[in-house]
Write a protein that binds this ligand. Structure first.
Ligand SMILES: NC(=O)c1ccc[n+]([C@@H]2O[C@H](COP(=O)([O-])OP(=O)(O)OC[C@H]3O[C@@H](n4cnc5c(N)ncnc54)[C@H](O)[C@@H]3O)[C@@H](O)[C@H]2O)c1
Length: 305
């Protein structure tokens, strides 16, 4: 299939591109390289340096004629969204609408949308949270991603555009930006390997649900090649504290210094884990790389750099 991947030079998007190419699909990428890197894009994929919110995406759609739109481009940081909510909405909300308009225009068959489970529900009422948990984000980011989901629903009703929504937990693995404001595993691993003590925001007892990036890429492949519609968690259902991540990575990297602690960050939830049962039911997807194996591979990758 001809697949257009937005954000395909980014952390998760570039793994999705790799998975598509490996399965024999034809891939083009839209990415401004705002946080992504050209070096992460397999040369077999055609890269367009275009902003998803700009009119120039129309030319890319016209030229590529994609059958599938896989939308990963985003302002993907919770803390940046709190500081710059207008820019966050421009990219995540307007950018998504702009792409959906083009998708309808060229007759895209199916849209795969990278959404968030971790930033959608606020402090969850139940852990692990189910997909029908009330939506009450604590950040502009969680809100703008949900707006994207709402427009997907609208374009289904208005234009018959089919779509599948993947609500990710905390994704980690090789290529995650260690200098960004999100991505605790990458930030800790890179700091420890450079001999620096990473800072934990809050007391480190906050929990996240960590899912390995190759498992996430496989979920994209299954969602693309299947025909179901819906929204599912791509997650493990398991809570892990930030302190435990620190401890495991310290052991893997031989880092001895204790962490520094700083004030908790605005807009972030305290505890979260997402129930992945629905993904197993609709996609036949289950995580395959456990936390320790994923941390090991990630630490190895950062060591190699
Ligand atoms: N990393 C996670 O744990 C996580 C969790 C839930 C959802 N997500 C979602 O997954 C997607 C990918 O996130 P990521 O962690 O790989 O982040 P990332 O920052 O590495 O990827 C985003 C990509 O989009 C590109 N981009 C940014 N603004 C753009 C614009 N206006 N036009 C075109 N390209 C633009 C960036 O250059 C980058 O390559 C995002 O949609 C994010 O919301 C990520």
């Amino acid at each position: 299939m001809r697949i257009l991947v937005t954000g395909g030079a980014g952390f998760i998007g570039s793994h999705v591109v790799d998975a598509y190419l490996e399965s024999g699909h034809d891939v083009a990428v839209i990415d401004t390289l705002a946080t992504g890197r050209e070096a992460y894009v397999d040369p077999r994929a055609r890269l367009y340096r275009v902003d998803v919110a700009s009119p120039a995406v129309a030319e890319v759609f016209a030229q590529e004629g994609p059958e599938i739109l896989n939308h990963h481009a985003a302002q993907a940081s919770v803390s940046v969204s709190v500081k710059e909510p207008v820019e966050d909405a421009r990219v995540n909300a307007l950018g998504t609408i702009n792409l959906l308009e083009q998708a309808v225009r060229v007759g895209v068959r199916r849209v795969i949308f990278a959404s968030t489970g971790g930033a959608l529900y606020g402090e969850p009422e139940h852990i692990p949270a189910l997909e029908d948990h009330p939506v009450r984000p604590l950040s502009p980011y969680g809100t703008s991603k949900y707006v994207g989901e709402l427009y997907l629903g609208l374009y289904r009703r208005l234009h018959g555009l089919r779509s599948f929504i993947l609500r990710y937990a905390n994704v980690f693995g090789p290529r995650q930006d260690p200098f960004g404001e999100a991505g605790v595993v990458a930030i800790f691993a890179a700091a420890m390997l450079a001999g620096r003590a990473p800072t934990i925001f809050g007391d480190g007892t906050q929990t996240r649900d960590f899912v390995y990036v190759e498992d996430v890429a496989r979920a994209n492949l299954l969602a693309t090649e299947g025909d179901e519609e819906g929204a599912v968690h791509i997650a493990t259902g398991v809570e892990t504290t930030v302190n435990e991540i620190h401890q495991r990575l310290a052991t893997l990297t031989g880092h001895a210094a204790p962490p520094a602690y700083g004030p908790p960050r605005e807009g972030e939830v305290y505890r979260i884990a997402l129930d992945p049962t629905e993904a197993a039911r609709t996609l036949g997807w289950r995580p395959q790389v456990d936390l320790q194996a994923g941390l090991q591979r990630t630490a190895e990758w950062f060591r190699g750099r």
